[in-house]
Structure formats: structure tokens, C-alpha cells
Design a protein around this ligand. Sequence first.
Ligand SMILES: Cc1ncc(COP(=O)(O)O)c(C=O)c1O
Length: 399
Amino acid sequence: MGNYNFDTRIERRGSGCIKWDRSEEPDILPLWIADMDFAVAPEIKEALQARVAHGVFGYPKAPDDFYEPVCDWMERRFGYRPEREWFSHSPGIVAFFHFFCKGFLKPGDKVLMQMPVYHHFFGAAEKNSVEVVKNQLLIKNGRYEIDFSDFENKAKDPGVKAFFLCNPHNPGGRMWSREELQRLGRICCENNILIISDEIHCDLVYKYHGKRHIPLASVSQEIAMNSITCLAPSKTFNLAGLQTSIPLIPNPVLKARYEQMLDSFGIFRPNLFGLTALPAAYRYGEPWLEELLEYLEGNLRYLRSWMSEHLPMVKVMEPDASYLVWMDFSAIKPAGRTVHDVLLEEGWVWLEEGCEFGDGGEAFERVNIACPRATLAEGLARIQRGLEKADLIKKEEAR
Ligand SMILES: Cc1ncc(COP(=O)(O)O)c(C=O)c1O
């Protein structure tokens, strides 16, 4: 028995949360968007409560040592210590991608990304008239691998100015190895392509495989100077609603350019509650995170064995990291409807639809397992029920 009870079901409906309140239908079980149904670490809540009790919420100022707990955290967990002067701020990582497209690229420029991928990567590019160049990920032995020769050919296009990397990868949960990062980094440096490495899921690493997250900036000085790393406490500590993220920009020229651009939008400082929660999280949140990771790994094991027992025709991609699990439903072929709609309409369970992640995602659904195990069990049972009701699996086959 641990110190935190992740089995507790907290009612989120009516709390102004997109995951549970978006659907008008209250009986839909939402396992889609990437936030967790768990309360934050008590130390974060206490820091916020103390801030609220103060009662004055004027313009904030980050203390000089604001980023220090993040530097300590990264040194402890990844063996890599960035300088605190390299950090900047953004209301969110999605916002960062938009700022980047506006401030560093111009309409008609091209950006390379590996498909399928988190939809705001190509969303930000498209909304800013930046062309997306796709390096399709390949599935080998049930996990994503990089097609390096395709990547290298596409990187040679002089129109490609940036590469959006997702490490660990959403939706596949893959952590890229040092060799893979070195190779990608070298190709980008040789072709003057700036790398944006989104590492928002970097702390949610499962223990079963024994691997450690490798920050792209730690791979070489040259790559560090040619990259911006997107970091945030929002996934790790479930703080997405505080809109506080911290791009890491070791290159002072790029950092000055980014901050000038923020300034041009009148964005001068982080949010007051983010300023309060972030240092509390990185200073005191580690015991909570360690227990959370064990719980998530238990959920992953549960899902894996439940799926192989009840729905063996659905292939589960084994994640190295993140509480998002990518499942291949290509063996199930509803007529005139998508699997996603069948699950929603017949099973009353809302997963994230694979096609949202672009090319290669069409046959998949992504399930968020960051919820009490009983909720996950209910979600899985609803998937089965939905497929049975639509006559897509036989009842006996599912038992
Ligand atoms: C890879 C990735 N980047 C960014 C985000 C969202 O970041 P933010 O809430 O800071 O905009 C997510 C959320 O799921 C994500 O998976």
C-alpha cells in the first residue's frame, strides 16, 4: 500500500474539464485527451492553497532561481544538467509550436515530422501556411522504427527549415535511443534544419524496460545549439490547466529571437499559479511521481492481459513511456462506420481517433490509461460491448 491512492475515483464532471464535460452525453466514458483523472501531489496542492490564501493575484514575477528545481530534476533523472538561463516560457507547448511557426518560419517554408504524430504538430504548421513534409514511421516487430534513408532524402530539400520531433513519441510511446537521436541530429545539422524536440512525456517512463529518457540536447553540443526542447510539468504532474510550459533553448541567439517574438505578442511572464506549482512539483513531487509510475505500469499490465484474453485481434503497441496506449483495430472492419464511431455509439466509450494523428493512424485508437483501474476496466469492457453490439465480434470469441 503506497502513500497515494490512485484508485480513488474523483468526479470531474461539472468541474469545467474538457475530458469529462465536452460530451453532452453524461454516460460517455472519456479515455481520450491526455490528462489524468488523478489529484496532483499533495505538495503542489498545498503550495497552490497557500497562494490562494494570500488573496492578492497581481502581476507575477518569477524569482531568479525559478528554473533551478527543473535543472536539479533533469540532472537527477536524466544525468543531464541544463543551465537555468537556457529556459524560457510559453503558455503551452501547442502555443509554442504556433509561436515557432510564426516567428521562425514563413509561409511556404517546410517542416519535417514523423507520421503518425501528435496532431498539433501538423495543425500548427498548416494554420501558419507552413508545408508539412512527412517521414513515415515504420512498424517493425510491433513498434515504430525510423526510415532514415527517407528522412535523409527529405532533409536535403532546401525548403525544409525545421524538424518537429516527438520524444517520447505520441501516440506510439516510443523513446528514441541515443544512436537514433544522434543520427537524426546529425542529418538536421548538416542540412541547416532546426530541431524542435517535444519532450513533454519524458518523465512518464515505464520501468519494465530499464531505459532512461535521453534529452536531445544532451546528445551533443552541436545538436543542443541547433535545437529547442519543449518541456513542461503539465503531463508529469497533471497541471495542463495551468498553462505553464518551459522551452529549453541553449542557443542564445535562438532564445533572444524566441523572446522577441513572445514580446511582440505581449506575453511577458508565466501564469501566477503556474509559477507557484512548477517549483513545488519539481522540488517535492518525486515520491508521488514514482508511485504514479508504478500504478500506470499496473494499468498497462492490466490492459495488456485483458486485451490478449478478450480482444486478441486488437494489437496493442507496447509503450516505453506515456500513459497513452496505441491500439491497432485493423482486424475489425465495420461497414459504413468507423471503429471509433462504433465504440462511441455502441460502447459509450470515447477514445482518441487514430486518424487525428495523420498518415498511418487510420486503423488505430489511442486510449488514455491514466485513470483509476476500475475506470480502465470499465472502459475496456465498453470496447468489448460496443464491438459485440455492432456484431463485429462474436460473443463467444470475446469471452
Ligand atoms: C506531444 C505533446 N505535445 C504537447 C502537448 C500539449 O501541450 P500543452 O498542453 O502544453 O499545449 C501534448 C498533449 O497531449 C502532447 O502529447
